[in-house]
Ligand binder design. Structure first.
Ligand SMILES: [Fe+2]
Length: 247
C-alpha cells in the first residue's frame, strides 16, 4: 500500500462518525431541488455540563468557548459554504481533505468547527479519564520513551506555538505516533498541513481556551489539562487509526 493510500485509509478510519452525522445532516431540500443537498452544520451540545471540567477549566470559560467561539465558527462556516454551491452537501471531513483549494473562511471556520468538536469529546471530568490502553501505552513508550516524556514533549509543542493554534498527537502514515502543532484553526486532517495524520488528541492553546483562569500561564494550563483527557476515547481513536495497518 502506498503512503498516500495508507494515509487515506488511516484518515477514513479516524474520522469521527458522530461528528459527520451531527454536523453534516442534510437540511430540508427545496421543492423540486436537484440532488445537491445544502450542508447545515450545527453546534452539538457539550457532552457534559459547563461546570464539569472545574477546577481545571472554569465554567465561564466553557460557556464562552462553546457558546460564543464555537458557535461563531459554525455560523461563519455555514455562511462560507452557502456562498459556494460546489461545497454544499460536503461533510466536514471532505472539506478538510481539499482545504488547499478552498477560501480562508472555510479553512478557518471549518477547522474551528472540527477542532472544537474533537476537543470537547477528548475531555471528561477531572480524574475520570482513566489511562491509555495497553496498545496505546506501548506505542507511547515506543515512540516517546514514556508517558511522562510524551507529556513533556506535548507541552513543549503547546507552549512553543507562537500566537494561536493547537498541539496534537497523531498517528502518521507510517503508523507511528507524532506530536505536531498547527497555527490558527488548521488541523492534521487538512491537505495543506505539513504533518498529516489521524488525530488522537488535541489541545486548544488559543488564549480564549484558558485566559480567564490562567492568564499568560499557558504552561500551567497545559500541565493541568492532562487531568481532563479521556484516555478511553483517545485509545479508541488509536485502535481505529491502526486497525488497517497490520496484516
Ligand atoms: Fe478554542
Amino acid at each position: 500500500m502506498s503512503h498516500r493510500l495508507a494515509l487515506a485509509a488511516l484518515l477514513a478510519l479516524a474520522l469521527p462518525t458522530a461528528l459527520a452525522q451531527s454536523t453534516a445532516a442534510p437540511a430540508p431540500s427545496a421543492a423540486a431541488a436537484p440532488a445537491a443537498v445544502p450542508a447545515a452544520f450545527t453546534l452539538a451540545p457539550l457532552p457534559y455540563p459547563h461546570d464539569a471540567l472545574e477546577p481545571v477549566i472554569d465554567t465561564r470559560t466553557m460557556q464562552i468557548h462553546h457558546g460564543k467561539h464555537h458557535q461563531a465558527y459554525v455560523d461563519n462556516l455555514n455562511r462560507a459554504v452557502a456562498a459556494d454551491p460546489s461545497l454544499r452537501g460536503l461533510t466536514l471531513e471532505a472539506l478538510m481533505a481539499r482545504m488547499s483549494t478552498l477560501p480562508a473562511a472555510v479553512r478557518n471556520n471549518g477547522g474551528g468547527h472540527w477542532n472544537h468538536d474533537f476537543f470537547w469529546r477528548t475531555m471528561t471530568r477531572p480524574g475520570q479519564g482513566g489511562a491509555p490502553s495497553a496498545a496505546l501505552a506501548a506505542a507511547i513508550d515506543r515512540d516517546f520513551g514514556s508517558l511522562d516524556k510524551f507529556k513533556a514533549a506535548f507541552k513543549t509543542a503547546g507552549t512553543g506555538r507562537f500566537g494561536s493554534g493547537w498541539a496534537w498527537l497523531i498517528v502518521g502514515a507510517d503508523g507511528r505516533l507524532q506530536i505536531t502543532s498547527t497555527p490558527n484553526q488548521d488541523n492534521p486532517l487538512m491537505d495543506l498541513v505539513a504533518e498529516r495524520g489521524a488525530p488522537l488528541l488535541g489541545n486548544d492553546v488559543w488564549e480564549h481556551a484558558y485566559y480567564l483562569q490562567y492568564q499568560n500561564r499557558r504552561g500551567d494550563y497545559l500541565d493541568a489539562w492532562w487531568q481532563l483527557v479521556d484516555w478511553s476515547v483517545v485509545s479508541q481513536r488509536y485502535a481505529a487509526a491502526t486497525a488497517g495497518k497490520r496484516g
